[in-house]
Write a protein that binds this ligand. Structure first.
Ligand SMILES: C[S@@+](CC[C@H](N)C(=O)[O-])C[C@H]1O[C@@H](n2cnc3c(N)ncnc32)[C@H](O)[C@@H]1O
Length: 253
């Protein structure tokens, strides 16, 4: 199979995963209060300022981008899912904020030397092979001005891998159910997620796979993408340890 065909298949898998069902269960997984808290955390960690430009790579349905715009940042968001972007735009209009939403692929960004900050929030990095994952970091670096910051939030792989596979999560809304089953492949260092949706009497299955990088791998990749400093935090901005549930990486160009 050609690389192009493999890439098309992986993009169509990503698109069917990030569908209307993803939006439907969104508030059950991240309540509005949780999203408010996350937006505050991102604002602080990226040292954002009113009127200054920031971009979210993989912005989904805009739950973070729209909140940052409400706080006064000049926000752009890019996503590969037209359904999620439509919802992001509708929510921005409801909140009365302006966000530049772009349909596109984070492996090829339309911006150069433009932003104070960029971020990939909520396990939005690592969907591709190593070469393409590193391409995302290179593109992020190119979109930032000198001194700009990049934030990546991901599960802490040490903590994640310590749980016995498969790890199962169930979410419910009205009478509908979303079942997530994670299994870890320690040979490829990837987590594979099977999602089963039971909604309105129909059953749908989707799949997502993402690479689990350790902090030292982030340091190597980010330095080679052109970042000068790389720091690690836990989920609330505290020092990162093996027990942290998340690894939040902040790099400065
Ligand atoms: C886990 S969601 C997170 C969404 C958002 N950051 C949030 O916190 O709600 C990951 C997002 O990345 C998007 N995505 C996946 N691959 C992408 C790509 N190659 N280019 C742009 N967006 C992509 C998906 O469509 C999805 O909206």
């Amino acid at each position: 199979m050609s690389d192009k065909l493999i890439s098309d298949i992986s993009v169509s898998g990503i698109k069917s995963y990030f569908s209307d069902d993803y939006i439907y269960f969104g508030d059950v997984i991240n309540s509005p209060t949780t999203s408010d808290r996350q937006a505050r955390f991102i604002w602080e960690l990226l040292a954002l300022e009113q009127g200054r430009p920031v971009v979210e790579l993989g912005c989904g349905y805009g739950r973070i981008s729209n909140r940052l715009a409400e706080k006064g940042a000049r926000v752009a968001g890019i996503d590969i899912s037209p359904i999620l972007l439509k919802k992001a735009e509708a929510d921005a209009a409801e909140r009365g904020v302006n966000v530049e939403y772009v349909l596109g692929d984070m492996r090829s960004l339309p911006w150069r030397d433009r932003f104070d900050a960029a971020f990939l929030w909520y396990t939005t990095f690592g969907y591709f092979d190593d070469e393409d994952n590193e391409k995302v970091l290179l593109e992020a670096a190119s979109s930032l001005r000198k001194g700009g910051r990049l934030l990546i939030d991901h599960p802490n792989r040490i903590d994640f891998l310590s749980h016995k596979s498969p790890i199962c999560h169930v979410a419910q809304r009205n009478g509908d159910v979303r079942i997530d089953m994670y299994s870890n492949d320690v040979i490829s260092d990837r987590s594979n997620l099977e999602r089963i949706i039971v909604r309105d009497g129909c059953v749908r299955r989707t799949h997502l796979s993402f690479r689990q990088y350790g902090f030292s791998e982030y340091v190597r990749m980010l330095r080679s993408a052109g970042f000068e400093t790389v720091e690690a935090y836990g989920q609330e901005g505290e020092a990162f340890t093996s027990d942290s549930s998340r690894l939040v990486v902040v790099a400065c160009k």
